[in-house]
Design a protein around this ligand. Structure first.
Ligand SMILES: [Zn+2]
Length: 328
């Protein structure tokens, strides 16, 4: 079994007001501009490498942040290849699907690749399964579950940092160096018990069954009152299966809800709130099929959130009581 260590760099819209964002923002927000990959054999020896620059189609001007972070220039990406061409070459380079396992550093690359593939109406089945090496590192090196930057782990192993980070091939090579220090085979076996299935893409990358969007929303509170985000109809039979949805916070402005159709089973809804143009907000809600594992993880998350809300209420009450006790 080979290992393919993949790293990607992507561009972003110049601003929420940019015409390109108005046109494509609903479909794609992270446009891939560079592929870098290392092929390792079963003993984790480097046997090949892959590097390719993609010419962006939606966000053609490099964002200043991306320019500063990556080694890429506007001229590089202008001379890049179309995304479908690079994907075709990359897959050919990887070899037969059953001959390798896909490894990345972090949770972001594969879902980003998935959304670019969906945008170009390409097959995404080959992305599954994939493994975030950070999780295996955390487990085998007795680290906490927090995400670790690639450079900090290279430092942790006292490895030479002689090439620039945020170049897709360099980062893939650094990740491969980390892989060589871990028992990846054992990590892959244990992987399902190490990850939270609610994290996007962990249970496999698939286009959502349904996506609902709204823009120019004056405030966050209004989002939860809108029928698009407070009701849910089964995407299979059309029956109304949720109303007055009580969203469960996942983190930041990401929320979850589990809905169940008596005929068609359970669905995981994801609500994401983003800053829109000016002072407004935008919201996106997707629905995907949920299996027992996702449902169980959801119930754990929901219980935690309820506990947190309960604690907050207690604290608030205690404060009011304290105030009342102070003699005037
Ligand atoms: Zn249904």
């Amino acid at each position: 079994m080979n290992y393919i260590v993949l790293d990607l760099e992507w561009n972003q819209p110049l601003s929420k007001e940019a015409p390109s964002y108005q046109k494509y923002g609903n479909y794609l927000t992270s446009e891939i501009i560079q592929f870098g990959a290392i092929k390792l054999d079963g003993s984790k020896k480097i046997i090949d490498s892959f590097r390719s620059v993609v010419a962006p189609k939606c966000y053609r001007k490099l964002h200043h942040h991306v320019k500063r972070l990556t080694s890429l220039t506007q001229r590089d990406v202008d001379a890049g290849l179309p995304f479908p061409v690079v994907v075709k070459r990359f897959r050919k380079w990887c070899g037969p699907e059953e001959s390798y396992a896909l490894l990345t550093w972090g949770y972001d690359d594969i879902p980003a690749l998935g959304s670019n593939l969906v945008f170009y109406q390409q097959d995404i089945s080959w992305l599954n399964p994939w493994y975030n090496l950070q999780v295996i590192f955390n487990d085998q090196e007795g680290q906490d579950a927090n995400q670790k930057g690639l450079s900090s782990v290279i430092e942790y192993y006292h490895l030479q940092q002689n090439s620039q980070f945020h170049d897709a091939l360099n980062d893939a090579r650094y990740t491969a160096m980390i892989a060589a220090r871990l028992d990846v085979e054992k990590g892959i076996q244990k992987y399902p018990s190490l990850v939270n299935p609610l994290i996007l893409g962990v249970k496999g990358v698939a286009p959502p069954l349904e996506t609902v969007r709204a823009q120019e929303i004056p405030n966050k509170k209004a989002i939860f009152m809108m029928p698009e985000f407070s009701e849910f109809h089964c995407p299979v039979c059309g029956g109304k299966i949720s109303q007055n949805i009580q969203w469960v916070r996942q983190n930041g402005d990401k929320h979850l809800h589990l809905a169940s159709c008596p005929q068609d089973g359970a669905f995981l809804l994801r609500l994401r709130i983003l800053k829109g143009s000016g002072e407004t907000f935008m919201a996106m809600r997707t629905a995907e099929k949920a299996d027992e594992e996702i449902a169980a993880a959801y119930r754990v998350r929901e219980a935690k959130e309820l506990e947190r809300a309960e604690l907050l209420k207690l604290k608030k009450n205690a404060k009011t009581e304290e105030k009342q006790e102070i003699p005037s």
